[in-house]
Design a protein around this ligand. Structure first.
Ligand SMILES: NC(=O)c1ccc[n+]([C@@H]2O[C@H](COP(=O)([O-])OP(=O)(O)OC[C@H]3O[C@@H](n4cnc5c(N)ncnc54)[C@H](OP(=O)(O)O)[C@@H]3O)[C@@H](O)[C@H]2O)c1
Length: 217
């Protein structure tokens, strides 16, 4: 399928693009500049702080699925940018959507992740999740712990929101998981936390699918 990746130049986004290509998908890499190139990769320029829904829907014509891995100003990018991309995806007829938010959305979080920036950040991410859940898209939400640039293990812990101890995860493994859930319609309607673990990804997905759907899904 053709998958649009927002935040394609980012540390996770780049890995998502590479993984999707390895899986044989065509990629539309969307960002403020053309930073990702290669066979099977088209680029589109969009600044999420300025692009409106019509412009984004134009970019997304012919796209089957969308991955949102962008981050910036929490209100303008993580919340409003994501909501615009969600609406544009519906308008353009993209069916599938994978949203990366963060561990701590929709659950209790440690004291150091409260107040000031953190309340704005988690509030913005929560609003993007709510917008996606109320869309007509077939969605999956991934809530990673702290992102690491350590090599991936191909092994993670995945579970409904609020189920796992706060932790960290390799960006490689997040990218692997994005590609895996995108290709598996059974993950539609699921919101999963993801941290590093010892469970092979396929097993982690099966286990998470067997868990009760979280209260926010
Ligand atoms: N960092 C963490 O520990 C952590 C933890 C949990 C979840 N997350 C979430 O995981 C995702 C990936 O995080 P990351 O740290 O790998 O990302 P990152 O490296 O910070 O990349 C952010 C991406 O967003 C793009 N972006 C920023 N402002 C933009 C704008 N105005 N218009 C269009 N694109 C814009 C950047 O493009 P440019 O190259 O143009 O700047 C870049 O591609 C994000 O959603 C983040 O919130 C992060």
């Amino acid at each position: 399928m053709t998958v649009a990746v927002f935040g394609a130049s980012g540390q996770t986004g780049r890995r998502v693009v590479a993984r999707l290509r390895e899986d044989g998908h065509d990629v539309l890499a969307v960002g403020r500049r053309a930073s990702v190139a290669g066979e099977g990769i088209r680029t589109a320029i969009a600044d999420l702080g300025h692009s409106n829904v019509d412009e984004l829907a134009g970019i997304l014509q012919g796209v089957d699925a969308v991955v949102f891995a962008a981050a910036g100003d929490p209100i303008r990018i993580d919340r409003d940018g994501a909501l615009h991309v969600i609406e544009a995806s519906e308008r353009a007829g993209a069916r599938r959507f994978v949203l990366i938010t963060g561990m701590g959305v929709g659950r209790s979080r440690p004291a150091e992740y409260h107040g000031g920036f953190w309340d704005i950040y988690f509030g913005a991410k929560a609003a993007s999740e709510d917008g996606l859940r109320s869309s007509t898209l077939s969605w999956t939400i991934l809530q990673p712990g702290e992102l690491l640039n350590t090599p991936g293990r191909g092994a993670v812990e995945l579970a409904p929101t609020g189920s796992l101890p706060i932790g960290a995860v390799s960006r490689d493994d997040v990218a692997l998981t994005v590609a895996a859930v995108l290709a598996d319609d059974r993950t539609s309607g699921r919101s999963w936390e993801i941290v590093q673990g010892h469970r092979p990804l396929g097993d982690a997905i099966e286990r998470a699918l067997g868990a009760a759907v979280d209260r926010r899904a």
